[in-house]
Design a protein around this ligand. Structure first.
Ligand code: C5P
Length: 216
């Protein structure tokens, strides 16, 4: 393989969790560290790609040569990604996007009222599916999804691949990989499966990027 197999290609990557506000001081998020997505961004830049990384709230340094856009909520991530997607050849969605957000983000902090014992109920609404929306564009980039499942990994990941109309989905061969520096991955496409053996996330990211480069 050429040393810079992605030269001249533009890659768009989402990474990290999203943060869904309840009020100015509270919100709903998850344990995604963003490490896998940032490793993929670094590997793609090393491979010569022009990389845009849309990141939720994470504590990670921007990889060299990568253009980073910081967002908080799923809606902000959606609004950042959608206009950029048509100008990219590849879209890799590693972000752990919240499926639901509080229906209202209150302007003022919710107060515990003296003498009132009732806890508030937080109504939730569905967030847009960023990956499915990009994959449904008239001329979509090559779309890669990630799947973290607690059971029936390959089966659920393949169902997700078909539902979101993706050429490739990458399943985390758990257990929980959040925050860890290593992982093992299962690549699933229409032709079948290929496992990337347990390794640090940067090694896996480089293998994944080489695999994607061959598909373009
Ligand atoms: O449906 P599920 O969340 O399990 O799908 C995971 C894949 O879809 C990941 O690639 C994730 O980044 C993407 N996704 C998204 N927008 C959402 C939910 C998931 O882009 N609202």
């Amino acid at each position: 393989l050429a040393p810079k197999p992605l030269r001249g290609k533009k890659l768009l990557i989402t990474a990290g969790p999203t943060f869904e506000p309840i009020d100015p001081v509270r919100g709903i998020t998850n344990h995604s560290s963003g490490k896998m997505g940032f490793a993929i961004a670094r590997a793609a830049a090393e491979a010569g790609a022009e990389v845009t990384l849309v990141a939720g709230p994470v504590q990670l340094r921007t990889p060299r040569g990568v253009q980073r856009i910081d967002v908080q909520s799923a809606q902000q991530m959606f609004r950042a990604v959608l206009p950029l997607a048509p100008q990219h050849q590849v879209f890799i969605a590693t972000a752990a996007v919240a499926d639901w957000r509080p229906a209202t983000a209150h302007d003022q902090k919710l107060k515990k009222v003296e003498g009132e014992s009732a806890a508030p109920t937080i109504a939730m609404v569905e967030n847009p599916d960023i990956l499915a929306t990009v994959a449904a564009l008239a001329r979509p980039p090559f779309c890669v999804g990630f799947a973290a499942e607690s059971e029936k990994l390959a089966e659920h990941a393949e169902a997700k691949r078909l539902r979101k109309k993706l050429p490739l989905i990458v399943a985390n061969l758990g257990p929980a990989t959040f925050g860890r520096d290593d992982n093992a991955l299962l690549l699933i496409d229409a032709a079948g499966q290929r496992e990337l053996a347990r390794a640090d996330k940067l090694t896996l990211a480089r293998e994944l990027i080489n695999d994607i480069a061959k598909r373009l």
